[in-house]
Ligand binder design. Structure first.
Ligand code: FRU
Length: 449
């Protein structure tokens, strides 16, 4: 592993090289397991394997041997994203086998299964849904990312797909034994906004569907990231063979760097890839590209998805703030509580002329990483993206609670159940915090890891 001092303190990065989506999230054998798309040989994406990390507290992670390698005909060019489930005491991983076969329409994406008794070494059981089991008219080259769960005594899996001359679709399959699967229905029955959907996730008990979209059209200040993640509140209706929306649909995260989240099997906790396709990765100078977010507890309140971070911390200092606070924090969490908040400017990771800021401006938070440190280049051409800005709605209420999770190369901001996540690359010693606030009462508590 390259120099550990150059790694984030508590965010998963993999042991070497490149990582993207979190995969196979599950509590098994008393530990939280997080697998992830990994290409250890390079700091760019390549024939992808499944890296593996475990934790007791969802904050301190230990790396285990890689779990899945592309070593079969059906997955020889990559073991793409997938999920985990426990069945009869064993841990099963359902993932997409990717083979290029000369490219274009010869590319095949098939759904595969692997099992493990100890949660460390895995035996491949082969292809369980081949591309021939797609309904007519769907692309055999774009069929991936199975998310499996159990409901009413059956297994279900949602897969991302695409119609041959159209855009992204979401397909539902069912099974009694994880080995043989039956196509149920096309969840929306029509094209989605994104050219391709990826990494669907569904929580029946919450009534919450999540999926990522590539190249969805911009809507105001939403979907400025060329790839984005959306939630829809509602339920799969197995009789009517469709998804019944009962609440909101919105982007999951208002920041720059959040994609392909997945929830733990049987738990309402999600982790996302804290990065993005089609961006530069300044961390590659330290031997790695890509990090995962901290886990977030998910719930649905008043028809809206609500997220709050899970970080195992020790409370440090609590200070009441009249109008200004100057402090230091590089890694850890700060939690601000204000009554009748009317103005706020928070400058984070300040030092040597660099800073990252969050400002309350009327009915929105404005996040600015234009002066945060090493520039992160993307393909987005809109004014906000070019200026390093992102916006998140603010709804005035008697009490505002703002939480910021800091690690070496990231800030994750939570307020009123919404989240704004961004990577930043300031100088290592930029640890200043400056707060200006106008409120009836305000207190700030700092937590250490
Ligand atoms: C999402 C994704 C998945 C795919 C994986 C490949 O980021 O494109 O659809 O399985 O990454 O690494």
């Amino acid at each position: 592993m390259s120099d550990l001092n150059l790694r984030p303190k508590f965010h998963i990065t993999g042991d070497e090289g490149w990582i993207n989506d979190p995969n196979g999230l599950i509590k098994f054998g008393g530990k939280y397991h997080v697998f992830y798309q990994s290409y250890p040989a390079d700091i760019n994406w390549g024939p992808i394997i499944w890296g593996h990390s475990v934790s007791d507290d969802l904050t301190h992670w230990e790396y285990l041997p890689h779990a899945l390698y592309p070593d079969r005909k059906y997955d020889r060019d990559g073991c793409f994203s997938g999920s985990a489930i426990e069945f009869n005491g064993k841990l099963y991983l359902m993932y997409t086998g990717y083979s290029v076969n000369g490219g274009g329409s010869n590319i095949r994406q098939v759904q595969c299964l692997a099992e493990s008794s100890d949660g460390v070494s895995f035996k491949k059981l082969g292809v369980v849904i081949s591309a021939d089991e797609l309904p007519d008219g769907y692309s055999k080259a774009d069929f991936r990312d199975p998310k499996v769960w159990r409901e009413n005594g059956k297994f279900y899996a949602l897969m991302a797909a695409r119609v041959k001359h159209g855009r992204g679709r979401l397909l539902l399959y069912s099974s009694d034994d994880l080995l043989s699967w039956k196509f149920e229905f096309d969840v929306f029955g029509k094209d989605c906004d994104g050219i391709m959907l990826e990494c669907p996730d569904y929580k029946p008990e919450l009534g919450l569907l999540i999926y990522s979209e590539q190249f969805a059209p911009v809507e105001g200040s939403k979907h400025l990231n060329i790839h984005t993640t959306r939630f829809v509140v509602g339920k799969l209706d197995f009789e009517k063979k469709c998804f019944m929306q009962t609440g909101d649909s919105d982007i999951c995260d208002y920041g720059f760097d959040f994609y392909a989240p997945q929830t733990f099997s049987e738990e309402n906790i999600a982790i996302g890839w804290m990065d993005m396709w089609d961006r530069s990765h300044p961390s590659s100078q330290f031997g790695f590209s890509g990090m995962l977010t901290v886990p977030r507890r998910l719930s649905v309140k008043n028809g809206r998805m609500v997220q709050s971070p899970i970080v195992a911390t020790v409370p440090a200092v609590e200070k009441s703030v009249k109008s200004n606070l100057v402090d230091k924090i590089k890694t850890g969490v700060i939690s601000l509580r204000a009554t009748e908040l009317s103005a706020l400017t928070l400058k984070m990771r300040c030092g040597g002329g660099y800073y990252t800021s969050l400002k309350l401006d009327g009915d929105e938070w404005i996040f600015d990483r234009s002066a945060s440190g090493t520039e992160i280049r993307g393909h987005e051409k809109d004014l906000d993206s070019v200026r390093g800005l992102r916006r998140m709605p603010f709804i005035h209420k008697p009490t505002t609670e703002l939480t910021v999770v800091f690690d070496k190369y990231s800030v994750e901001i939570f307020e009123d159940g919404r989240a704004l996540t961004a990577t930043i690359y300031p100088p290592d010693d930029a640890d200043g915090l400056e707060l200006e606030v106008k409120a009836d009462k305000c207190s700030v508590q700092r937590f250490d890891i």
